[in-house]
Design a protein around this ligand. Structure first.
Ligand code: ATP
Ligand code: MG
Length: 204
C-alpha cells in the first residue's frame, strides 16, 4: 500500500471514530421506552408500502398488529391479499368504498368513514395491539369526513406501549404536531407520468 492509502485510511478511521462517538451519544440520550406515532406523508410514492414494511417488522417479533384502510381502490393490492390470506393473526379492516373521486357521494363516504373510524378507535384503545396502521387516514381529515379533534385525541390517548402509523397526503399541521416521527416522501418522478402502467407487486 502507498503512503497515500495509509493517510486516507487513517483519515477515514478518525472520521468514523468521531461519527461513532456522536451516534453512541445520541443512542445514550434517547432513554424513553414507549410506542411511537409515525406519519408518512407527501406526494411521492412509498407511504402505504412503508407502513406495511413496519407491519412486517412488527410481525417478525410476534407482535399483535391491527390495520385499517380508509380508502381503497377497486383493485385489491398485494399486501391486502397477503394479510387477508396469510396473516390471520392481523386484525384487518377496510372502509370498502373506492376513491372519493370515484364515488362522488359525500354522505355515503361520511357514513362509511364513521363506521371505519369506530373500528380504528377500538384498536387505538386496545393495549394488546403493539402496532396500529391507519392507512390513508389523512384524507378523512382533509375532506372533513371525520372530526380532526377526535382523531388527534385518540392518537395521543392510545396505550403508551402502542405504536401507530398514519399514511396519506396532507392531514394538516395539528396532526403533524401530535406525531413523534413525520416523514415527507418527495415526488422526484414517477413512472406513471412517463406513461408506464401501475405495476403489480410494486404499485399495488
Ligand atoms: P405506495 O402504496 O406505492 O406506497 P403511496 O401510498 O405513497 O404509494 P398513494 O397516494 O396512496 O401513494 O397512491 C397509491 C398508488 O398511487 C400507488 O400505485 C403509487 O405507485 C401511485 N402513486 C404514488 N405516488 C404517485 C405519484 N407521485 N404519481 C403517480 N402515481 C403515484
Ligand atoms: Mg397510500
Amino acid at each position: 500500500m502507498s503512503t497515500q492509502d495509509d493517510k486516507r485510511n487513517a483519515k477515514h478511521k478518525a472520521a468514523m471514530e468521531k461519527q461513532k462517538a456522536k451516534v453512541d451519544a445520541s443512542i445514550e440520550a434517547a432513554d424513553e421506552e414507549r410506542g411511537v406515532a409515525v406519519l408518512v406523508t407527501g406526494n411521492g410514492k412509498g407511504k402505504t408500502s412503508s407502513a406495511f414494511g413496519m407491519v412486517m417488522r412488527s410481525l417478525g417479533y410476534g407482535h399483535k398488529v391491527g390495520v385499517v384502510q380508509f380508502i381503497k381502490g377497486a383493485q385489491l393490492s398485494g399486501e391486502e391479499l397477503y394479510l387477508r390470506d396469510q396473516c390471520p393473526q392481523v386484525e384487518f379492516y377496510q372502509m370498502g368504498t373506492g376513491f372519493t373521486w370515484n364515488t362522488q357521494d359525500r354522505s355515503g363516504d361520511i357514513a362509511a368513514a364513521e363506521k371505519t373510524w369506530a373500528v380504528a378507535l377500538k384498536m387505538l384503545q386496545d393495549p394488546s395491539l403493539d402496532l396500529v396502521v391507519l392507512d390513508e387516514l389523512t384524507y378523512m381529515i382533509a375532506y372533513d369526513y371525520l372530526p380532526a379533534d377526535d382523531i388527534l385525541s385518540a392518537i395521543t390517548g392510545r396505550p403508551p406501549e402502542q405504536s401507530v402509523v398514519v399514511t396519506g397526503r396532507g392531514g394538516g399541521s395539528a396532526l403533524q404536531d401530535v406525531m413523534d416521527t413525520v416523514s415527507e416522501v418527495k415526488d422526484v418522478k414517477h413512472a406513471y407520468t412517463a406513461g408506464v402502467k401501475a405495476r403489480k407487486g410494486v404499485d399495488y
